[in-house]
Write a protein that binds this ligand. Structure first.
Ligand code: CAA
Length: 247
């Protein structure tokens, strides 16, 4: 059997990098999709991965743009083959309390974090179903489960991903395509380090495990759900949040 092909959006970021490496370790042919403005960073990233023994292809995409996603998938299919594993990982924050939130920041977060998952899944889901095998893994957030002060946009988008996941899981269930979410808590990435230090310290103090997550601790679950043996897990959510929200 030829290698299964995996694509990770936000693939060159703090969470995306160990996800790509985990999938590579599982013998997948991996493509990391990056935001077009980050081309220089992506080229450096690929060099670094290669020198660490990871041959991961890189492709630009604006996941908020449907046509950009269609072009990305066409390119990957031509280069590597049909996509078997999609990890919708790319996401942004534009935090502000509602009274200060600009409409543009509401729109940007919904467009990227929620519509982006639709834009990508739409390109690959039918082929996965036709092939009788597929994995869609949507990276949601603890803040889509519990809400977070200053994140009406982000919490709404991430909660939306849960609904999207459960609906699509039903559409894929008889076709060998599983669809799941992972809900990370606060991970030590650039996104979390951008929270003002004082606020961040308060958040960390409220995490029962007492520290931020390591990105690898989230990537492990991606590997688990993407595994050939994980075919009975669908419509599920994996909370990996150090106990900050138990439900
Ligand atoms: N609960 C209740 N009240 C709060 C509060 C909270 N958590 N945080 C702030 N407030 C209050 C303040 O005390 C202040 O009250 P007063 O007006 O009475 O003084 C009021 O709300 C407004 O606060 P600020 O003026 O400080 O508002 P701001 O605009 O400067 O900043 C913020 C607000 C941007 C939301 C900032 O608090 C912040 O960055 N919070 C962290 C948000 C967060 O957790 N983001 C997660 C990013 S990482 C991520 O999203 C990854 C993931 O998946 C987990």
């Amino acid at each position: 059997m030829s290698k299964r092909v995996a694509v990770v959006t936000g693939g060159i970021g703090g969470l995306g990098t160990p996800m790509c490496r985990t999938l590579h370790d599982q013998g997948r042919s991996v493509a990391a999709a990056y935001y077009p403005a980050e081309e220089d960073k992506a080229i450096e990233w690929r060099k670094q991965q290669l020198s660490d023994g990871y041959d991961i292809a890189i492709y630009p995409v604006d996941i908020g743009d449907y046509d950009s996603c269609a072009a990305l998938v066409e390119k990957i299919e031509n280069d590597l083959g049909a996509i078997d594993i999609l990890v919708n990982n790319a996401g942004i924050t534009r935090d502000a309390p509602l009274k200060k939130m600009e409409k543009s920041n509401w729109d940007a977060v919904i467009q990227t974090n929620l519509t982006g998952a639709f834009n990508m899944a739409k390109q690959v889901f039918d082929k996965m179903a036709q092939n009788g095998w597929g994995r869609v893994i949507n990276i949601a957030s603890v803040n889509g489960q519990k809400g977070q002060f200053g994140q009406t946009n982000y919490s709404a988008a991430k909660a939306g991903l849960h609904g999207f996941t459960k609906a699509l899981a039903q559409e894929g269930a008889r076709k060998g395509v599983t669809v799941n979410t992972i809900s990370p808590g606060y991970v030590g990435t650039e996104m979390v380090m951008a929270i003002p230090e004082k606020v961040r310290d308060q958040i960390v103090a409220g995490i029962p495990i007492g520290r931020l997550a390591k990105p690898e601790e989230i990537a492990r679950a991606v590997g688990f759900l993407a595994d050939d043996e994980a075919g009975y897990i669908t419509g599920a959510d994996f909370s990996i949040n150090g106990g900050i929200y138990m439900h």
